[in-house]
Design a protein around this ligand. Structure first.
Ligand code: GLC
Length: 596
């Protein structure tokens, strides 16, 4: 993973581009010097303080069905990244959607994130100190109110501390991709500081939110939030009316730190003792590696696992798709916590993420031509535009397969790599007029694979090692198939975007991919894509073959599938209804008080 800090408005985004694409973009910029300020992704980030920029991209038609019982309970989203201020992955997008949608739904809503940079329009509120790691640490609170109209809006709160401001990624340095050595400190401080906001800070002079709130904590970076809430607040009578939902976006990252540093019998450094938690919390956070995984004789295998602490102490666990809620209880999907998660099954639920309303091909101004299920002619233009832009042969009849994602084996890019030859080869079966587009940031080896494929099949393959949100959109709009052979995928967002743009997803039947794509193999009449199962080279090739067969030999069938895909409802309203249902159930249940 190569997390990027996108919050610096002065950054020249062309640095992110490489090769032909860079030339192309530079050419466009030369033609229109305004383009960089008006259209570049970073320029959008620099306009965050205007009210239009967030509202514009997310305004949606709301159709909430569920009659929520607790709309008067404020929602406090706590996240280590939030679009458009900071982003390393899907979490930033989903956190931004929580902030917007819970506000629109009618909750008083706050979103708290670290302040990784100076943010326009965020105003200083106050300073507080927290004792951690043997010292007193001052954090500054900043506030930005985003107005969504009709009396609704979101309070964005940014927590400022020097340890959040790093030139590299949000969690890793970019030189050797290692986690920052003080991440435990950084995110303990963040969680502690975030817990103060509802009860102790008047934002923009408005009254405090108070102790009756619904926290939504996301992934390991906020794993200590429910732990601090239970052991430092509830234990003293605070936050008894609050609840904390812990959302798992990816259980592959848990926030694990050694309990002690130093060999047995020598002077030891104790990480737990630095966190300001009572002894009772140790059992909640402690994970002990099985014997065979320990590294040296006398290694006790004891670690602090922030995700385990969160799962133990929160009031409800949410995964970002229903299938993922099942998978994390299996050996393959649980990353060692499967049994532990299974003991919490009674308050575990999966809710599929939505995608924001700007993904609508009939009114999308950022693609070459708008189109709809009734009139797909615009999609042909998008295809031609994409071919021209990426240096592919302009050919209406070619079938474009594309991949956009992080270049890691989780996303299955290695599998695409081992099938590239087969995909591009002429098998004399009349299905070989294929073009392939691959884009993403990530591990070097895969980056080289992208470039190798591009040079080997010049004009038929574009391998772009880098990332641009604008080009992602153009790829999704102009392609015929979208490949997501992810080994696991808690939810996945691009496959949903692809479907709405009439681009047929070919996905591994896992997590949110399985939940959002209806497979041609199991339900041909309602299908919106293809499932790969099991995930290996042979079955991947077989599915691509079947997809190409449908595309070239049964175009009418293919177009029907396209239309069905475009008619799917991936709106946030549906997801928010589910969240509301679980708010109600969670509030009706007693809070978690700690283990007996
Ligand atoms: C993580 C998951 C991805 C999910 C996203 C948002 O990035 O890997 O599958 O879509 O979080 O929840």
């Amino acid at each position: 993973m190569e997390p990027k800090m996108l919050a610096n408005p002065s950054m020249d985004f062309t640095n992110l581009l490489e090769g032909d694409l860079k030339e192309e973009v530079m050419k466009e910029l030369k033609k229109d010097p305004e383009a960089q300020t008006a259209n570049s992704p970073e320029s959008k980030l620099s306009r965050i303080s205007t009210e239009a920029s967030v509202g514009e991209v997310t305004k949606s038609v709301n159709s909430f069905q569920y009659e929520a019982q607790n709309l008067d309970v404020p929602v406090v989203v706590v996240t280590s990244e939030i679009h458009p201020w900071s982003k390393s992955g899907g979490l930033a997008i989903v956190a931004a959607q929580y902030a917007y949608n819970f506000a629109i739904r009618g909750h008083r809503t706050m979103a708290i994130a670290p302040m990784y940079d100076n943010y326009d329009g965020a105003f200083y509120q106050c300073t507080k100190s927290f004792e951690l790691f043997g010292g007193l640490h001052e954090v500054h609170y900043y506030h930005h109110f985003q107005n969504y109209g009709e009396g609704k809006g979101c309070d964005y709160v940014f927590i400022d501390h020097p340890s959040f401001r790093r030139p590299g990624g949000l969690y890793h340095n970019l030189s050797d991709n290692q986690e920052y050595s003080d991440n435990l400190f950084r995110f303990a401080l963040f969680s502690l500081a975030a817990l103060e906001v509802p009860v102790a800070i008047e934002l923009g002079g408005a009254p405090c939110y108070g102790g009756r709130v619904m926290f939504i904590a996301n992934d390991w970076q906020t794993g200590l939030l429910p732990v601090y809430m239970v052991h430092r607040h509830r234990a003293f009578g605070n936050y008894n009316h609050a609840r904390c939902m812990y959302v798992i976006h990816n259980l592959g990252y848990q926030g694990c730190y050694p309990l002690r540093l130093g060999l047995p019998g020598t002077l030891q450094y104790d990480n737990f003792a630095q966190l300001g938690l009572p002894f009772a919390a140790l059992g909640d956070l402690l994970y002990q590696y099985p014997l065979h995984e320990r590294t040296f004789e006398g290694d006790s295998g004891e670690t602090l696992n922030l995700t385990k602490g969160a799962i133990q102490c929160c009031d409800r666990i949410v995964t970002v798709s229903p299938t993922y809620a099942d998978e994390i209880r299996t050996l393959e999907g649980g990353f060692r916590l499967h049994d532990f998660v299974a003991t919490k099954s009674y308050f575990l639920v999966g809710i599929l993420n939505g995608i924001d309303a700007s993904w609508a091909p009939e009114k999308d101004k950022t693609i070459a031509e708008t189109f709809s299920a009734e009139d797909l002619s615009g999609k042909r233009l998008c295809k031609r535009h994409l071919q021209r832009k990426l240096g592919l042969k302009e050919d209406d009849d070619a079938c474009i397969l594309s991949f956009v994602g992080r270049l890691t084996s989780q996303k299955g890019i290695d599998l695409i790599g081992s099938c590239v030859h087969w995909i591009m080869e002429d098998h004399k079966d009349g299905l070989s007029n294929v073009q392939l587009v691959m884009m993403g940031n990530g591990e070097e080896d895969f980056g080289h694979m992208l470039r190798w494929a591009e040079t080997t099949w010049k004009g038929r393959v574009c391998g772009y090692w880098g990332f641009s949100p604008q080009i992602e959109k153009e790829i999704i709009a102009g392609s015929d198939f979208f490949l997501m052979p992810s080994r696991y995928e808690p939810c996945g967002i691009p496959q949903m975007c692809a479907m709405l743009y009439g681009t047929i997803p070919i996905v591994h039947a896992t997590g949110g991919l399985k939940d959002s794509v209806k497979s041609w193999y199991t339900e041909p009449d309602t299908s919106t894509g293809f499932h790969i199962w099991p995930l290996n080279e042979d079955s991947f090739k077989k599915v691509i073959f079947d997809g190409l067969h449908l595309f070239f030999r049964e175009p009418e069938e293919f177009n029907q599938m396209r239309r069905r895909a475009m008619a799917q409802d991936f709106s946030w309203s549906r997801a928010i209804d589910d969240y509301e249902r679980h708010f109600d159930w969670t509030i009706a249940d007693p809070p978690f008080w700690g283990r007996p």
